[in-house]
Design a protein around this ligand. Structure first.
Ligand code: HEC
Ligand code: HEC
Ligand code: HEC
Ligand code: HEC
Ligand code: HEC
Ligand code: HEC
Length: 356
């Protein structure tokens, strides 16, 4: 009897799935809304035209680069990239307790990347798949950003070998095995936790704590902040505006005056320092920008330590200065992820580079 019940339930689910698959390939809004009938109650919680909360999340998610990104198309199928660039790769890596998957890396980053969708068919399916602390790939430190741990799994530097020994001279050609030496694309988790960057000495004292380090949801406190007057922004678009920040209560304890968000003087200064640093690096032939012009415009993520110019050599500290530039430029928050720390590191690194 039990088995039969389960079997007929399974058939019903399969039939409904097939129906829904014909109606919509995107998931919600499901068949009930489409053909005007009351759908299966369990499915209707999320798949119905009146499942407003979930449908809004879908609309927001459609705006996100997680959904629209070009990188997926490029990296789909590459297992070594799949832990961060594909949905099924991320899920498999978590199941294996590893950073990278071992068999799959083909699906896009979707709801079921971060949530165990269709597990219990109720609200618990919106729990986060990953909610523990994260062991950083570069350096191995454990960091805990609360709800932001999901973000940190992917938005962190990849591992690379440091230049060793005080007298080592790093050749830009021939001595590295790896043309993409450095932290690569997503550095926010490293900048937020102050792990990976090099504390070059200079006029500024480098702080040992992040003024934004104790936000109640970590990365999520800012990136998923909502705006009552415009539900399309924030939330699952992961995009922010100054207006959203004014509605996040916890920011008010330290930013009672909303102008901190609209006029961000430190962020502007950091952006200007990065431009100056970049020019110094270009003048020295230390930065390879040959891959930065994409169809979407200039892409700072694709800047690398120059490898091609034979004969150019750098000291360990010079390499560290370039790596600092990469961490901060690729982080792309102009310091907001860790205001005082990034300001100090940027200033000291710039002063160091000016003397080279
Ligand atoms: C708790 C919310 C929830 C419930 C309940 C739910 N679904 Fe879904 N369903 C989703 C979400 C979210 C997606 C989108 C998954 C994605 O894109 O990653 C989805 C996607 C789908 C899809 C598109 C194909 C796929 O698997 O991605 C089908 C078909 C589907 N659901 C059928 C059903 C049926 C049939 C039921 C009832 C037995 C049901 N769902 C119950 C949330 C739910
Ligand atoms: C499975 C890995 C993964 C997870 C988990 C992840 N991201 Fe991403 N994220 C990416 C990738 C890859 C891109 C770049 C996509 C592209 O351009 O093709 C990206 C892009 C972004 C962007 C660019 C802007 C946009 O439109 O979305 C932001 C902001 C962002 N992620 C924030 C977050 C936050 C906040 C979290 C945690 C709630 C998070 N990400 C979780 C991999 C991930
Ligand atoms: C530790 C996670 C992680 C791994 C592993 C990873 N990436 Fe990424 N990658 C990211 C994130 C996160 C972004 C998006 C950063 C952002 O938008 O801020 C990204 C962005 C990119 C981009 C876009 C750069 C640009 O200029 O727009 C390319 C291309 C890319 N990755 C290729 C790869 C390839 C190829 C591999 C495997 C060899 C790989 N990635 C492995 C996290 C990772
Ligand atoms: C990159 C990771 C990521 C992806 C992809 C993602 N979510 Fe979420 N989701 C989160 C995080 C983080 C939270 C917690 C937000 C909070 O508590 O402020 C969340 C919360 C939720 C909630 C709880 C209510 C709320 O709005 O906070 C629902 C429902 C939800 N997600 C549905 C979805 C659906 C549907 C999709 C696909 C369209 C999706 N999520 C895709 C990370 C993700
Ligand atoms: C204090 C608020 C705040 C916190 C906390 C925060 N961010 Fe950000 N983040 C920003 C702002 C502001 C920007 C710049 C956005 C822009 O220019 O559109 C940004 C930029 C980014 C970008 C680049 C987006 C782009 O399109 O240029 C990514 C990716 C990102 N953050 C991920 C993260 C991750 C991962 C964490 C947690 C480790 C995090 N952020 C924590 C506010 C925050
Ligand atoms: C514990 C106190 C604290 C909390 C809570 C806090 N901040 Fe900050 N924030 C700071 C400090 C300190 C600075 C650096 C100001 C400086 O050095 O001039 C800063 C700087 C900033 C800046 C950059 C300003 C500039 O001058 O460029 C932004 C944007 C920002 N915070 C956004 C937020 C948002 C959004 C929240 C809520 C999610 C938040 N902060 C919560 C303490 C806090």
């Amino acid at each position: 009897m039990e088995i039969l019940k389960k079997f007929s339930m399974l058939m019903l689910v399969l039939a409904l799935s097939a129906m829904m698959w014909n109606c919509t390939k995107e998931g919600p809004a499901g068949p009930a809304g489409k053909d005007g009938k009351d759908g299966n109650a369990t499915c209707g919680v999320c798949h119905a035209d009146n499942a407003d909360a979930v449908n809004l999340i879908f609309a927001q998610y459609n705006l996100s680069m997680h959904n629209q990104g070009i990188v997926y198309e490029e990296e789909a199928g590459r297992i070594v990239c799949g832990g961060c660039h594909s949905g099924d790769g991320f899920v498999e890596a978590i199941k294996l307790g590893k950073d990278d998957p071992s068999t799959v890396a083909t699906s896009k980053i979707s709801c079921r990347t971060c949530h165990p969708i269709h597990d219990k068919y109720d609200e618990s399916d919106f729990a986060l798949r990953w909610n523990q602390s994260v062991k950083l790939r570069k350096g191995g430190t454990e960091v805990d950003f609360k709800l932001g741990n999901t973000c940190a799994k992917c938005h962190q530097a990849r591992a690379y070998n440091d230049v060793v020994g005080p007298d080592t001279t790093f050749k830009t050609s021939g001595s590295t095995t790896y043309t993409r030496f450095g932290p690569h694309y997503g550095t926010p988790a490293n900048v937020y936790s102050m792990k990976g960057l090099y504390p070059i000495e200079g006029p500024e004292t480098i702080p040992s704590t992040n003024v934004h380090g104790n936000l109640t949801k970590g990365c999520v406190s800012c990136h998923m902040g909502k705006l009552a007057s415009n539900p399309a922004v924030g939330g699952h678009s992961f995009l922010m505006t100054a207006a959203q920040f004014t509605e996040i209560q916890e920011c008010k304890t330290c930013h009672p005056d909303n102008t901190t968000f609209t006029e961000t003087p430190k962020a502007k200064e950091i952006a200007a320092m990065l431009t100056e640093m970049r020019q110094i690096l270009l003048d020295k032939g230390w930065l390879d920008i040959s891959q930065t012009n994409t169809e979407h415009g200039y892409q700072v993520l694709s800047e690398y330590i120059a490898q091609s110019k034979a004969g150019v050599q750098m000291t360990k500290e010079q390499v560290q200065a370039i790596l600092n530039y990469m961490y901060i430029a690729k982080d792309r928050s102009n310091g907001i992820h860790n205001p005082r720390y990034v300001y100090a590191i940027t200033k000291n690194t710039l002063e160091f580079l000016k003397k080279q």
